[in-house]
Design a protein around this ligand. Sequence first.
Ligand SMILES: *[C@@H]1O[C@H](CO)[C@@H](O)[C@H](O)[C@H]1NC(C)=O
Ligand SMILES: *[C@@H]1O[C@H](CO)[C@@H](O)[C@H](O)[C@H]1NC(C)=O
Length: 555
Amino acid sequence: MAADVNNRIPEDESRVSPQNGHQTPGSGRWMYRGVWTLVMVAAVPLLAFGIKYYQDSRLFRRHEESVRALGAEGLFLFSSLDTDHDLYLSPEEFKPIAEKLTGISPPVDLEEEVIHDPNGETLTLAATMQPLLLNSMTKSKDGFLGVSHSSLSGLRSWKSPVVPSSSFSASQFRVFLPPKNKAEVGDAWWLIPSELNIFTGYLPNNRYHPPTPKGKEVFIHSLLGMFHPRPFVKSRFAPQGTVACIRASNDFYYDIVFRIHAEFQLNDVPDFPFWFTPGQFTGNVVLSKDASHVRHFHLHVPNDRSLNVDMEWLYGASESSNMEVDIGYLPQLELQSTGPSTPSIITDEEGNIIDSRDGATEPIQFIFEDIHWTSEISQQEAARRMEVTLYPFKKVPYLKFSEAFERAEAEKKLVHSILLWGALDDQSCSGRTLRETVLESSPVLALLNQSFISSWSLVKELENMQADEQNSVLSEKARLHLENYNFPVEMMVALPNGTIVHHINANYFLDMTAMKPEEEGAAFSFSSGFEDPSTSTYINFLKEGLEKAKEYLAQ
Ligand SMILES: *[C@@H]1O[C@H](CO)[C@@H](O)[C@H](O)[C@H]1NC(C)=O
Ligand SMILES: *[C@@H]1O[C@H](CO)[C@@H](O)[C@H](O)[C@H]1NC(C)=O
């Protein structure tokens, strides 16, 4: 849909640059366009304009007064608390400050809080971490020149988990159980649904304290809270939320795998916000179907890619322009159960109560029967199902660079390859605009499925591949890719032997497809994706690639 695409791309968002920062979503211009589009699409009567104008001008006056009273930096801190942007603080919005001053945090949302069962089982989770390797960051190349010391203070001082070990009741893991309509192995669902859509846009950067978690967020928040005191269970950008999938089951147990897109705010007042966004958190829990027993729990940030964390920080009080971006490598961030859950109170054959935690008696040895699954899928298949739930574009597989060329050779297809500075299926900025628009549209999916083998790679990975003298064939293919690459994202069509027959830069692509506001009305359409200029431009790009490949092969 035309409305989708343009609404989601603030004009400069794709122009991510490690030097200059970038125009961030949520900024004034984006909000303006969001409102504009909403009005157009919904055909809200003119009255709405009048009310909006009145509210805007009142808000504008209030804003002017606030700047006079607080100055830009003071207002920035005030706004970080003012989540509804009405320039007044409600008691709820003041809460983080109250908690800071009193040191008392009010009780969490009781709605979905588990009723504590003193006879229930408990288990202990241990958190381990190896801090981010600062020298993996692009900015380290020039010795963090021009990066103020306070920007990185939260990152530099985060060396270990804030809670190394914590005990939980087995019943709290109930949040991982599938909903009633999902009971089969392979079923995937949203455990914490994403709330981002074209009308909500992105969440603001200007925040220090996570909103009070609700429902199932409460438990995920307390798990992530073992790593750092300020986890945001819902990330600012898509993908947002948590998905889960039943990997295996038998009569009594499930093995549930999950994937969480959350982030941490590493800085606190008075420093400017520093967002630390791991590519994803993933893991699994083996638990009984009534959540009375947890056999195993594991949660970690995957470390098998050369870069796995996106970082964005503000260096000034204006969230629209003063933003830096970098990526880096986090070797370890992990939670693991120290053993299966065990009851604290057990009764012997005569009905006497033995407290297993009571130091006076002999420590009790628990013996756990082996779990035999009656139905299961592989770890990879479960991961794929979660991925498709998160990203519809994954309906066509994206293979690793070398596999893609092997498959293309075998199936006599072309390689549709995307080379980017950050990862496409992680939360980094560079892939964001692309993924959320064209790659999910069904005509593009169909053409990719029919004539191409798709792949995406990080610039850094191909640089390593190019330098590898052991594998001259791959090294040459990587060289040809890098030769045709321009920051931040380049889409390419390649022959199976590595020759690039066609390529297009993401910025150029977005310029071509960006609609000028005066043309907006004309292009609106709610019918199928073909009228959408970016879908048709991408289809043309792929078809031109097919044509050019024919010319090559005819030679
Ligand atoms: C891809 O093509 C195969 C075989 O032609 C078909 O079964 C499958 O549904 C297609 N997938 C998509 C996403 O179009
Ligand atoms: C790949 O094959 C095409 C067509 O046969 C040829 O023109 C091109 O030079 C080859 N490229 C490489 C890198 O071998």
